[in-house]
Design a protein around this ligand. Structure first.
Ligand code: C5P
Length: 284
């Protein structure tokens, strides 16, 4: 069985406070991209994992393995699964690659093992694995609250082009949030205006209202991200923002071919560069 595990970007990410559990309270608008990992599943007596296309470890600590283990443990299923991950989404990039793989494993094994769990149960399991996993189960365009795990699906956006540019380093999400907490005056993007733009499928309104509370934190750690933002804007994007805790920068384009042309203007020897497009829902 092949399940596509799609990357995401945050069109808006606002942090409204710290919770008693140490996580941060978020309002974020997430959008699935066409960029994806392939997750291949086959019946096997035990859980085993192979990873291709990345230096990611393939042991029980891998989020894909943990997803299979959690599903088996909670449902009492007795068999296993051979999982093959073909990675295309970069690691520690702000694109939810690990969460997407975990969500794909949950969705795929729910079918392959004939467990028949609904989205509510899958989302609860997903939230135990990571804050972005429930969104990755839904896919499409969604408003996410809580620590990111409370997902409200929204109407799909028009098929815009997206250019992704990532420097050759990753960042730790936990580290970015810690530094965010030390900011004297963090500032907030306008989530109402963004939500209105998304609800009206107004791509230029979306591009105008992009905002991410974590951007200044990661930018201060890595000023190179500012240079990347300038390069993506100069390549013709209608809006440019860092995704999640970074360091990947995305640019929005009115259509996918414009994003492909813009990719040709970014220095590929210095950065990881991909043109893709926004992508619809996995489920429902
Ligand atoms: O949920 P996930 O494991 O993806 O989160 C990684 C880290 O990011 C957490 O350990 C936490 O430090 C931070 N985080 C947070 N608030 C959130 C989501 C993540 O502080 N809403």
């Amino acid at each position: 069985m092949l399940v596509k595990a799609h990357a995401k970007i945050n069109l808006l990410l606002d942090v409204s406070g710290i919770r008693p559990d140490g996580y941060h309270e978020l309002t974020t608008l997430m959008q699935t991209l066409s960029l994806c990992d392939d997750v291949l599943l086959e019946p096997a007596p035990e859980i085993n994992l192979a990873v291709e296309g990345s230096g990611l470890t393939a042991g029980p600590e891998n989020l894909a393995w943990r997803a299979a283990g959690l599903l088996r443990q909670r449902t009492g299923y007795r068999g296993g699964a051979g999982i093959r991950l073909i990675k295309r989404i970069p690691l520690a990039a702000g694109l939810a690659g690990g969460s997407a793989d975990a969500a794909a494993v949950l969705l795929g094994l729910n079918k392959m093992w004939r467990l028949d769990l609904g989205m509510r149960d899958l989302s609860q399991l997903g939230a135990e694995l990571g804050s972005d996993v429930p969104f990755c189960l839904w896919g499409g365009t969604a408003l996410c609250r809580g620590r990111g795990e409370l997902v409200t699906p929204l109407p799909a956006l028009p098929p815009a082009g997206v250019l992704l540019v990532k420097p050759h380093f990753g960042v730790s999400t936990a580290d970015v949030y810690r530094r965010y907490d030390a900011l004297p005056d963090p500032g907030h993007p306008d989530s109402r205006r963004m939500l209105t733009a998304v609800e009206n499928a107004d791509l230029s309104g979306v591009a105008k209202n992009l905002g991410n509370s974590l951007e200044r934190v990661t930018l201060a750690m890595h000023p190179e991200i500012g240079l990347i933002k300038d390069a993506v804007a100069a390549a013709g994007a209608t809006g440019v923002l860092m995704s999640g805790s970074g360091p990947t920068v995305f640019g929005l384009f009115p259509d996918p071919p414009s994003a492909v042309r813009a990719a040709g203007r970014i220095k590929k020897d210095e950065y990881w560069v991909r043109a893709c497009r926004i992508y619809g829902r996995n489920y429902g």
